[in-house]
Design a protein around this ligand. Structure first.
Ligand code: AHM
Ligand code: MG
Length: 345
């Protein structure tokens, strides 16, 4: 029987990448394997979400008499449990928990890496069967090995990230993973339960034709943002039509489209929420790392998101992210609006 095959699994791929670095210990690959395992288990539950309505709602008791957990809590606990059992994670911080968790067993205190995650982003979309996702990022710890990790390990700027990624639970389940070497996408092959390389060397197009934001908030936008919206809705000279508006309301899904098709995703600060909605350490930094590694741009309106020094775990920042030329154009409008407001009487 012939044994040649074209499939490259996530594990094989990261091990091959590690070979390019003779001093690499394989810990990062092992950590990614653990994260992908947790996400496969989350995927299984997400796929059953519709059925749960039939056999008992989350928060209720199922037919076996077990308590049904809300999917975002389930996902959080799954990631924590898998990473606690891993040899390669010193601690975690999660959007679902107030504080970070330092693992204090003999293996974990000697681990080099900490992991931050949003276990199930966009979870309000579960009810309508729209795509949701897990976002994760990995820092090398700055605290000394041999002791539990500290808050400083988690409050590093995005420009210090070792790797970041997301898993999208959509029409198929995909894991997209970025290091400084680039961005690669892996699709879950259900028959073997493995993520397999399907989107090598992903690139975010320099130009885009799609803008993505919650336009319902526009009454709260400042002048610069409103002017950019007008620009997007005007007939574009090159396209002969306005830019298309697409907004799922699930950051992973909106950015997955932006990565594949180009465009801009914006969650700006506005009059009500000066720093917008999205969290720097769990959502904006990992996504900025991925989009930049794919050739795109990400800014909070004033500076590169990855250069922001975080001051607290759950801080929020505005974000303009996606195709280079489109983000630059948005920033031109935003800067002009801010300057105009500064000279206004
Ligand atoms: P969550 O972390 O509570 O799920 O919220 C984050 C989500 C993002 O996925 C999405 O981009 C954003 O909230 C949508 O917010 P809005 O409904 O205000 O447009
Ligand atoms: Mg979130």
């Amino acid at each position: 029987m012939a044994t040649s095959r074209k499939l490259i699994t996530l594990d094989e791929f990261t091990i091959q990448q590690t070979r390019a670095f003779p001093k690499a210990t394989g810990e990062l690959s092992a950590l990614l394997r653990d994260i992908s395992l947790a996400c496969k288990l989350i995927n299984k539950q997400v796929n059953k979400a519709g059925l749960v309505d039939i056999i008992g709602k989350f928060g209720a008791t199922n037919v076996q008499g077990e308590e049904q957990m809300k999917l975002d809590i389930y996902s959080d606990e799954m990631l924590i449990n898998v990473l606690r059992n891993s040899n390669d994670c010193a601690g975690i911080a999660s959007e679902e928990n107030d504080d970070f968790i330092a693992f204090d067993d003999a293996y974990s205190v000697n681990s080099k890496y900490v992991v931050l995650f949003d276990p199930l982003d966009g979870s309000s979309n579960i009810d309508v069967n729209a795509s949701i996702g897990t976002i994760f990022s990995i820092y090398r710890r700055v605290s000394p090995l041999g002791k539990p990790c500290t808050k400083e390990d988690f409050l590093q700027p995005g420009n210090k990230l070792m790797a970041a990624g997301y898993v999208i639970y959509g029409s198929s389940t995909m894991l997209v993973y970025a290091t400084r070497l680039g961005v690669n996408g892996f699709t879950l092959e259900p028959s073997i339960g493995e993520f397999c390389l399907s989107h090598p060397d992903m690139v975010c197009a320099e130009k885009g034709k799609i803008y993505s934001l919650n336009q319902g908030n526009s009454r709260q936008y400042d002048k610069g943002m409103l002017a950019f919206l007008d620009y997007c809705m005007e007939i574009n000279k090159e396209e002969g039509r306005p830019y298309a508006h697409r907004y799922i309301g699930s950051m992973v899904a909106d950015l997955h489209r932006t990565l594949i098709k180009g465009g801009i995703f914006i969650y700006p600060g506005d009059k009500k929420n000066l720093n917008g909605k999205l969290r720097l350490q769990y959502e904006c930094n990992p996504m900025s790392f991925i989009i930049e590694a794919a050739g795109g741009v990400s800014s909070d309106g004033k500076q590169r998101v990855l250069d922001i020094q975080p001051s607290e775990l759950h801080q929020r920042v505005p974000i303009f992210i996606g195709s280079k030329l489109m983000v630059h154009k948005a920033l031109e409008f935003v800067t002009a609006g801010t300057e105009e407001a500064a000279v206004a009487p």
